[in-house]
Ligand binder design. Structure first.
Ligand code: NAD
Length: 334
């Protein structure tokens, strides 16, 4: 039996994680979920949005699935999501995006993976006002050779294990010669150990244009923190939006699985949003704990449902409630 930490999150988090857990349970896989709360509501009762018991539960169980957590814009507490990744040293953010037959988009046969460095860069949270009247400020973009090499190593190992052909590193080393120079050099160095995986680099602005015009040229995209975050939303848009884009935060011993999207507060509690991104994060989790039969069953159920095109949520052009979509996926499990 597996024991896994469940963090429902806030906004639409509780609905999408509930849907995902119901579907995982329906496969018959033997998992006990240990539920712990983090986020704005917990801040009121515990004085912190990320209580120690959340971290202890994840450290003990080694694997967690989580819904999105709201981060106040401009002021207020820092991102719980970023803090979790840093405190647990979940240095690799893996964000695969693929097309599903039946989901109407501008593109077909997209199969891309963004591997994003998750612990430093512009998300390190080193920032300050540089004038008393708060009219100027600075954010430090720290990038190290060690962190860059380990994320590059992760990308190439992933390519080797998943039998993928190419890693494209993206950067702005023409302008940020120091920090992105380090990131690019690290990727070049690691690429030499993987002669069977093609390696190339693209400047980030060109990368965005290329992904929109000819996404089929790309396979795995390796990126520093902020660029990877932005690119993964772009990739989600290619295949049908944030409702279907999953993610994983992976360290050497611990992994936390969560959708790419945020807490979408305006849809909270409406039984309306799409839980596919969280379900697919659950599929990544099942593969990680080597429950591949359950992972494959859920993937097949989603593929069958999308092919039929019934009971889709609003973002995919349907009018099904989230609860109807969940029941429908369960009915499609092989
Ligand atoms: P968001 O991803 O929450 O929502 C943007 C839009 O995408 C929504 O308005 C909706 O139209 C669509 N969308 C998102 N999820 C969907 C789903 N499951 N089904 C259908 N449509 C969906 O982005 P935002 O509005 O910029 O951020 C809201 C909050 O979430 C912020 O506080 C932000 O900091 C936080 N956030 C958290 C995480 C995380 O927990 N890892 C990630 C991103 C944003």
């Amino acid at each position: 039996m597996h024991k896994i930490t469940l963090i429902p999150g806030d906004g639409i988090g509780p609905e999408v994680t509930d849907s995902c857990i119901k579907i995982i349970d329906a496969t018959g896989v033997n998992i006990e979920f240990e539920k712990v709360d983090a986020g704005a509501d917990v801040m009121e009762t515990e004085g912190t949005p990320l209580p120690d018991y959340v971290l202890s539960s994840i450290r003990k169980n080694k694997v967690a699935i989580k819904g999105p957590i709201t981060t106040p814009v401009g002021s207020g507490f820092r991102s719980v999501n970023v803090a979790l990744r840093k405190k647990l040293d979940l240095y690799a953010n893996l964000r695969p995006t693929r097309s599903f037959e039946g989901i109407n988009t501008r593109y077909e046969n997209i199969d891309l993976v963004v591997v994003r460095e998750n612990t430093e860069g512009l998300y390190a949270g080193i920032e300050r006002y540089t004038s008393d009247d708060k009219s100027s400020g600075e954010t430090i973009r720290r990038i190290t050779k060690d962190a860059s090499e380990r994320i590059a190593q992760f990308a190439f190992e992933y390519a080797k294990n998943e039998k993928r052909n190419k890693v494209t590193v993206t950067h702005k080393a023409n302008i940020m010669k120091v920090t992105d120079g380090i990131f690019l050099d690290a990727a070049r160095k690691i690429s030499e150990k993987y002669p069977n995986v093609e390696f190339e680099d693209r400047i980030i602005d060109n990368m965005c244009m290329q992904l929109v015009v000819k996404p089929e040229l790309y396979d795995i995209i390796l990126a520093p923190n902020l660029f990877g975050d932005i690119l993964s939303d772009l990739c989600a848009g290619l295949v049908g939006g944030l409702g279907i884009a999953p993610g994983a935060n992976i360290g050497d011993e611990i992994a936390v699985f969560e959708p790419v999207h945020g807490s979408a507060p305006k849809y909270a509690g409406m039984d309306k949003v799409n839980s596919t991104a969280t379900i697919l994060s659950g599929v990544l989790m099942l593969k990680y704990i080597k429950e591949t039969d359950a992972a494959d069953s859920i993937t097949k159920a989603l593929e069958a449902a999308f092919r039929e095109g019934k009971h889709l949520t609003y973002d995919l052009g349907g009018d099904a409630k989230l609860s109807e979509f969940t029941e429908y996926i369960i009915s499609k499990l092989p």
